[in-house]
Write a protein that binds this ligand. Structure first.
Ligand code: HEM
Ligand code: HEM
Length: 194
């Protein structure tokens, strides 16, 4: 059961979902923690480098995941959901996909614009070039500020959206008692039609 069916997710979509969910929770936590440390703490620099490395893992995975998603439509939403709930589910998932891409993108642009010019070497092995920054954004400090602000607000937006997403998953499971959460955990619903 590699692929999704009309009633459930296959192994690949499930593996992508939970690997990336763990990575995102870790990235949000480390991002907030490292920015609360003093700049002179040696741990700060190490955590920043780790945050950047895992950020590129997220970016690579989301590209692969979106590719898989394009050739593997998601299962149908459960019967009985109201039209606004269906719309909210689609908008929420689209928003999460957009953030999975926008968070690493704004991070990459931020470090590319930074006057510190610190190289990004993923896990000390793979050198990532800096992106070109449009001159219209002003000095390096100003451009870095734009992307830093975007990264910050998008992070908080992501925290809020993930909280709503988790609440919705739990409501489906414990209140509606449908297969929504089960089908993101197991491939049985994909196999036997829910
Ligand atoms: C899924 C991907 C990512 C998530 C969820 C994430 C999350 C966060 C969060 C929550 C913060 C703290 C925000 C603040 O208080 O300012 C942060 C800061 C930061 N992130 Fe990310 N990040 C991601 C990817 C990246 C990438 C790919 C890079 C760079 C290549 C990056 C570079 C940074 C830097 C340099 C800061 C510190 C900003 C400052 O000093 O104010 N992030 N990130
Ligand atoms: C922490 C970061 C998370 C992110 C970024 C995330 C992202 C996503 C995305 C993009 C989808 C849509 C998948 C698709 O149809 O292609 C999805 C589905 C789903 N997620 Fe998450 N998720 C996260 C955490 C969680 C957690 C903690 C739970 C459980 C409590 C959860 C439960 C679900 C369920 C049940 C579905 C399937 C919904 C359906 O069948 O229509 N997610 N998630």
């Amino acid at each position: 059961m590699i692929r999704n069916t009309a009633t459930g997710y296959g192994y690949v979509a499930i593996a992508f979902h939970w690997t990336m969910a763990l990575l995102i929770l870790g990235m949000l936590a480390v991002g907030l923690y490292m920015t609360s440390l003093p700049q002179t703490d040696p741990l700060t620099f190490r955590l920043y480098q780790l945050h950047k490395s895992f950020g590129f893992v997220v970016l690579s995975l989301v590209v692969l995941r979106l590719g898989w998603r394009l050739i593997n439509p998601a299962p149908k939403l459960p019967e009985g959901m109201k039209p606004w709930e269906r719309l909210a589910a689609h908008l929420g998932h689209t928003g999460l996909y957009a953030l999975l891409f926008l968070m690493p993108a704004t991070g990459w642009l931020m470090v590319s614009a930074s006057p510190w010019n610190i190289p990004t070497v993923v896990f000390n092995v793979l050198n990532i070039p800096h992106l070109p920054i449009p001159e219209a954004l002003g000095t390096k400090e100003q451009a870095e500020g734009v992307f830093k602000t975007a990264h910050f607000y998008l992070a908080w937006f992501m925290i809020a959206l993930v909280a709503v997403h988790v609440a919705a998953a739990l409501k489906h499971h414990f209140i509606n008692r449908d297969a929504t959460l089960r089908r993101m955990v197991s491939t049985v619903p994909a196999r036997d039609g829910g």
